[in-house]
Design a protein around this ligand. Structure first.
Ligand code: NAD
Ligand code: IPM
Ligand code: MN
Length: 357
């Protein structure tokens, strides 16, 4: 199989972690006889530095015409002063929206080797952590009108949250279909006691749930969910929620599995051309030091093979290699369990490659 992968290394630790994921994809390609050709493009802060625009047209074109996109992370304090419509993060939102990537899957799965790295009580951890946050990605407050005006000598800012029925319906379907392939349970998370968008969300998800009588369905308010994720994460299988709640809850969910550096994501719309990225950001505090954990990005590559290219065996091979390297005790600095063998970002990539063999 031959596939064209558009690569956005981005900013901060982005180039370090993406380089490792590319090495791993090359290795799997060589083992199974596939050719993955990488087309590197600029987006984010590095694109602002190079040409003044966070998302040059040719970069977006490459995303739209390739077979899939692999992204590291964008942004950093260097670009905090940039016009809000040209911030590095706008590049990411622009790509997600232009590609129609409404369904963002963020699996929060604890590798059993990392039990001691979870900050949760061992008795809670022993019950298991294996759920997926299905985050709506191209609607809500992220894509409503944003404005700041000056009135009566003070500034006033507004961000509008909008959801239409069809946007909720399609992400609800993704959640129920996902649950069917897992443990058959969907928790829809909202703030229906306060927000109109959430009341509509609940109404639509409840309606869609009737098409899936084989899936157990319930609602939960977002504040309670934030608490339940640390009280007893084993109760969750699929969490479906709107854009901003999903952003926040997935960072929380990542940490209980040992580190935010471990968690991959897939973003898909109506076609197979999706975007794959770790859920974390550009980690400016550790950038350029070869300290970052590349596993979230490497596992994003595994998700790409599975969801965009239907290469299930190759995808599982990457997951197996990651698990074997963790079994052998290797850890990057972000994983806080005792007694692990500390390795750098590039050493972790090399170890995973040699495991693929
Ligand atoms: P962050 O996720 O970049 O970092 C939070 C903390 O987690 C930091 O201490 C960092 O060192 C650590 N961390 C993150 N990823 C790690 C990894 N792979 N290995 C080891 N440690 C890791 O969040 P932030 O500091 O709030 O944001 C920094 C910048 O990244 C901001 O500009 C933000 O907008 C951007 N951001 C981008 C994306 C993206 O491109 N998808 C996602 C989130 C944040
Ligand atoms: C993420 C990030 C982005 C988001 C930012 C950088 C726009 O936090 O992918 O989780 O909020 O979606
Ligand atoms: Mn985030």
């Amino acid at each position: 199989m031959k596939k064209n992968i558009t690569v956005i290394k981005g900013d901060g630790i982005g180039p370090e972690i993406v380089t490792e994921a590319m090495k791993v994809l090359d290795k799997v390609g060589a083992k199974y006889g596939h050719e993955f050709s990488f087309h590197e493009i600029l987006a984010g802060g590095c694109a602002i530095d190079a040409c003044g625009k966070c998302l040059p047209e040719q970069s977006l074109d490459a995303c739209l015409t390739g077979d899939s996109v692999l992204l590291g992370a964008v942004g950093g304090p260097k670009w905090d002063g940039v016009d809000k419509n040209n911030r590095p993060e706008r590049a990411l939102l622009g790509i997600r929206s232009a590609m129609g990537l409404y369904a963002n899957l963020r699996p929060a799965k604890l590798f059993s080797q990392l039990r001691a790295a979870s900050p949760l009580n061992p008795e809670i951890v022993a019950r298991g952590i294996d759920f997926v946050v299905v985050r709506e990605l191209i609607g809500g407050v992220y894509f409503g009108a944003h404005d700041t005006v000056e009135e009566n000598g003070e500034k006033r800012a507004t961000d509008i949250m909008v959801y239409s029925e069809h946007e909720i319906e399609r992400i609800a379907r993704t959640a129920f279909e996902t649950a069917r392939k897992r443990r058959g349970k969907v928790t829809s998370v909202d703030k229906a006691n306060v927000l109109d968008t959430s009341r509509l969300w609940r109404e639509v998800v409840t309606r869609v749930s009737r098409e899936y009588p084989d899936v157990a369905y319930s609602d939960m308010l977002v504040d309670n969910t934030a608490m339940q994720i640390v009280k007893d994460p084993s109760q969750f299988d699929v969490i479906v929620t709107e854009n901003m709640f999903g952003d926040i809850l997935s960072d929380e969910a990542s940490m209980i599995t040992g580190s935010i550096g471990m968690i991959p994501s897939s973003s898909l719309g109506e076609t197979k051309n999706g975007m794959y990225e770790p859920i974390h950001g550009s980690a400016p505090d550790i950038a350029g030091q070869n300290l970052a954990n590349p596993i979230g990005t490497i596992l994003s590559g595994a998700m790409m093979l599975k969801y965009s290219f239907d290469l299930d065996e190759e995808s599982a091979e990457i997951e197996r290699a990651v698990s074997a390297v963790l079994d052998a005790g290797y850890r990057t600095a972000d994983i806080m369990d005792e007694g692990g063998r500390r390795v750098s970002c590039s050493e972790m990539g090399d170890l995973i490659c040699s495991e693929i063999g």
